[in-house]
Design a protein. Structure first.
Length: 490
């Protein structure tokens, strides 16, 4: 008996989710342990490099992973060709990053960034060689294999990073962690996939795949610049220490968020790509995915913001308490940005490459303008830009998708506003509770706040609209059980 697309989607979310929970625990250990072994200045030095050269992580595979996943059909020859193109791009980026190292020394006026940049350069070649292995497993919905390999590689790389930091290697511990992660991931995915590429086949049709990949690449570059412009500006204007505070705040918030967003995101693109010709089921899946992502993540972020200094002291130590307002704003901005992922999934799965580039370009320009306005007013003002940007961009992105496709995306905007309202109201009550408990030990404050947050969300079920949304999330496990569009892709 064939497995339906719905069952694969549900199984994929559960499997990927389990893997991401394991990775989340590893990342939390990484943040908590390394923050106590490595100084803010050392974190800032690595962030100075990664904020600029990290764009190579996008360039190294030219958007072709998304092309692989989105394509309705993909031949063996096409997949082989995509591997060599991605690997060649990764090699080119590694060379460019090496050549750019002296430029970064001039930009930041810190000689240490030269060695960091040269050491990180090979990771782009590793990523380029890995890209099609990961994309192939995602396309085939082999989420268990991906989850197991990700957890194993993260654990191995973290072990190396912690041992290096404990040995007093400072920022080199972070570099070793990244390089070892790339090596472990490539080797593991080659073994797991059971596929070795053949020689480049010039007869295979590649134009459509490359064009779509180019659109995705353009969008990814614009998005990367938008997301990392703040780190570059902070590093050049305020120095390594302030950038270290800001970067640790980003990592503290983004690390768990990315691990929790990934189960839905990893599954969403291949599933939505298969549903692109079925508007009703497409919207059902998108709506349920939005609720499944937004409710737990926004509630968790609200709890973290409400805990304030107590959460920062426990997570990073007393040295980082001064950065609490910045970290709280970063958390609020990342929570709102979570709602933006939905628009990106829709653009990609529907093959709307040109529209995606326009959306990304607008987002970049808006964010740069806001950052330049905020920069003279300090670190807190820069962090606040992350809150303002998504509020402006999300409605416009959903409107553009709806206008281009005829899909009722206005429903998604109303749904997002409703979820945000519930999470904000409950979090305000939690914040008032925390304020009344300031004299108690931090762990007690944090645990009590979590209980208050959970009780508040439970009591919110008395609101009919909230109760309907919760039921919709529960029904998500059976939304896609009909046999249409379930045939395996070539």
């Amino acid at each position: 008996m064939s497995t339906t697309l719905g069952q694969k989607a549900v199984r994929g979310v559960l499997t990927t989710g389990s893997g991401q929970v394991a990775r989340l625990l590893l990342q939390i250990v990484s943040v908590v342990v390394l923050a106590r072994l490595i100084s803010p200045d050392d974190y800032g030095l690595v962030a100075m490099v990664t904020a600029v050269v990290g764009i190579g992580e996008i360039l190294r595979e030219m958007g072709l992973s998304s092309a692989t996943i989105q394509a309705k059909e993909l031949s063996r020859a096409q997949r082989d060709n995509l591997f060599w193109i991605s690997g060649g791009a990764g090699l080119a980026v590694s060379l460019l990053v090496s050549l750019a190292a002296p430029v970064l020394v001039v930009l930041y006026q810190r000689s240490e960034v030269l060695g960091i940049c040269l050491a990180l350069a090979p990771t782009f070649l590793l990523s380029g060689l890995t890209a099609q292995y990961r994309a192939g497993l995602t396309r085939e919905m082999r989420f268990k294999a991906l989850a197991l390999s990700d957890v194993a590689c993260s654990a191995a790389a973290l072990t190396i990073g912690v041992l290096a930091a404990a040995a007093g290697l400072g920022y080199w511990a972070l570099v070793l962690q990244q390089v070892s992660s790339g090596v472990f991931t490539l080797v593991t995915l080659v073994v797991v996939s059971g596929w070795l590429p053949g020689r480049y086949d010039r007869s295979a049709p590649m134009a459509k795949l490359v064009r779509f990949g180019a659109s995705v690449l353009g969008s990814q570059v614009l998005t990367y610049v938008s997301v990392n412009a703040d780190s570059v500006l902070i590093g050049s204007a305020y120095g390594a220490r302030d950038l270290g505070y800001y970067n640790r705040g980003l990592q503290l918030v983004r690390t768990p968020l990315n691990q929790l967003r990934a189960p839905i995101g990893t599954v969403a693109l291949p599933v939505l790509s298969r549903l692109q010709d079925d508007p009703r089921r497409f919207m059902e899946f998108v709506s349920s995915a939005q609720l499944a992502v937004a409710y737990p993540l926004l509630a968790g972020i609200g709890w973290f913001i409400a805990c304030g200094e107590a959460a920062v002291r426990v997570a990073l130590g007393p040295t980082w308490v001064d950065a609490t307002p910045v970290i709280q704003l970063i958390a609020a901005g990342e929570g709102l940005s979570t709602l933006m992922f939905l628009a990106s999934w829709m653009y990609l799965s529907l093959g709307m490459g040109a529209a995606l580039i326009r959306f990304s370009a607008f987002t970049l320009v808006l964010r740069l303008v806001l950052l330049l306005v905020a920069l003279p007013f300090g670190l807190v003002a820069v962090a606040a830009v992350g809150v303002v940007g998504p509020v402006i961009v999300l409605p416009l992105a959903l409107w553009q998708v709806g206008r281009s496709t005829g899909l009722p995306t206005h429903v998604l905007l109303r749904q997002a506003a409703a979820v945000l309202s519930v999470a904000s109201a409950v979090s305000m009550i939690t914040a008032l509770t925390v304020r009344a408990m300031e004299s108690l030990p931090d762990p007690i404050v944090i645990l009590t706040a979590a209980c208050v947050q959970a009780v508040g969300l439970t009591l919110a079920q008395v609101v009919p609209s909230v109760r309907r949304q919760t039921k919709q999330v529960r029904r998500a496990l059976t939304l896609l059980r009909s046999p249409a569009t379930d045939a395996p892709r070539k």
